[in-house]
Design a protein around this ligand. Structure first.
Ligand code: G6P
Length: 368
């Protein structure tokens, strides 16, 4: 049954490994592969071509999916995104009007702060879209339009497959917005969609790094602190990596935009500090690698998550390297989420913590 761990020790492991399949289901709902276009039913409710900005609000890992999508909406649709954590958004008294559209992202569809933010935007006349995994949830019911993730039930408290499926839906919405706003050419859209079709097979290849990740997680489980660095869409992933380490293995971890290293966290670097650097070989790779070298010069122990070319160009600064398959920019945050999840999972297993039910945490936070 769906509530069964199958051959896995934990629901979290099962849910991580389900990603190639559930990403395939979610993508095929939102993309038309005969024409290689984004095909989001109900996208017109958000009036993409009339918006001057898009509001996004969510909590926890769902918020970090929204933060990745900000880069996409801005890059591919030239649509400015204002994103905030729902517990802040709901009390900020930010101006919202009938000219706005707001997106709320939630696995459970029941998170109290996200729901309150939705109600605030609705009362102020905004069009409301919801990216949810539970279609009969309160957030789904109260939205004008629901864009469901097809992740299936997620039992592990720490969100994994729901996160990557949220990213898949948000990528479709961003490309749809780009087309409707007249900024994405038909050729470019087709190219991006055909790149996105690679996701299920790339996710399978990414999972092949698991035994390598398991090995490097054992020494990590003895660390008291860890740092995650990334730029661009890998910055939200750095935040996600740190969040997962805190949640699952109770290791104090921080995620930072690699460019902010100099403005604080570099003071923490010494030989006891593991530093995870997420840096595929893309247009910003050189910048991230130079931050990585600053960490290496201070004795920090680096785990570099990159691709074949990125490993070659890294100048030997990393103590461990996790190699991902080659992929295009738009799919990278979805695929690089997998090693980040596996690092937290295996570290927690070595620590002996309750992976599916970490202390003090709840799957669905329905009270403030
Ligand atoms: C809790 C869970 C997280 C989740 C967050 C938001 O903190 O432990 O995994 O990301 O709530 O939940 P939602 O259901 O709104 O996505």
């Amino acid at each position: 049954s769906l509530m069964d761990k199958g051959n896995y020790k934990h629901f979290m492991a099962k849910e991580i490994h389900e990603q190639p399949e559930v990403l395939g289901h979610t993508l095929s709902r939102y993309f038309d592969y005969t024409t290689n276009t984004a095909n989001v039913a109900g996208a017109e409710k958000l009036n993409f071509n009339k918006l001057s900005r898009l509001l996004i609000s969510a909590c926890g890992t769902a918020y970090l999916a929204g933060l990745v999508s900000k880069y996409w909406f801005e890059k591919y649709a030239r649509l400015p995104v204002e994103i905030d954590i729902a517990s802040e958004f709901r009390y900020r008294e930010t101006p919202v009007s009938g000219n706005d559209a707001a997106l709320f992202i939630s696995q459970s569809g029941e998170t109290a702060d996200t729901l309150a933010s939705l109600r605030y935007c609705k009362e102020n006349g905004a069009a409301i879209g919801a990216v949810v995994n539970v279609p009969e949830s309160t957030i789904a019911r109260e939205a004008d339009m629901v864009y469901p993730t097809i992740a299936g039930p997620e039992i592990g408290v720490a969100s994994t497959k729901a996160f990557t499926c949220q990213l898949a839906v948000l990528a479709a919405l961003a490309l749809q917005a780009g087309r409707e706003r007249g900024v994405l050419s038909a050729e470019r859209e087709q190219e991006l969609v055909s790149e996105l079709t690679e996701i299920p097979s790339l996710a399978l290849k990414a999972l092949a790094a698991e035994s390598e990740i398991e090995k490097l997680s054992q020494p990590l489980s003895k660390a008291d602190n860890a740092l995650y660095l990334g730029r661009s869409t890998n910055y939200p992933l750095a935040l996600e990596g740190a969040l997962k380490l805190k949640e699952l293995s109770y290791i104090h971890a921080e995620g930072y935009a690699a460019g902010e290293l100099k403005h604080g966290p570099i003071a923490l670097i010494d030989e006891n500090m593991p530093v995870f650097v997420i840096a595929p070989y893309d247009s910003i790779y050189e910048k991230t690698v130079s931050n990585m070298q600053e960490v290496a010069a201070r004795g920090g122990r680096i785990v570099l998550i990159t691709d074949r070319k990125g490993a070659e160009e890294s100048g030997g600064a990393a103590e461990n390297t996790v190699i991902m398959p080659d992929m295009s920019d738009i799919v990278a945050p979805i695929i690089y989420a997998l090693p980040v999840q596996l690092i937290a999972y295996h570290t927690a297993v070595f620590m002996g913590t309750d992976v599916d039910q970490p202390r003090n945490l709840a799957k669905s936070v329905t009270v403030e």
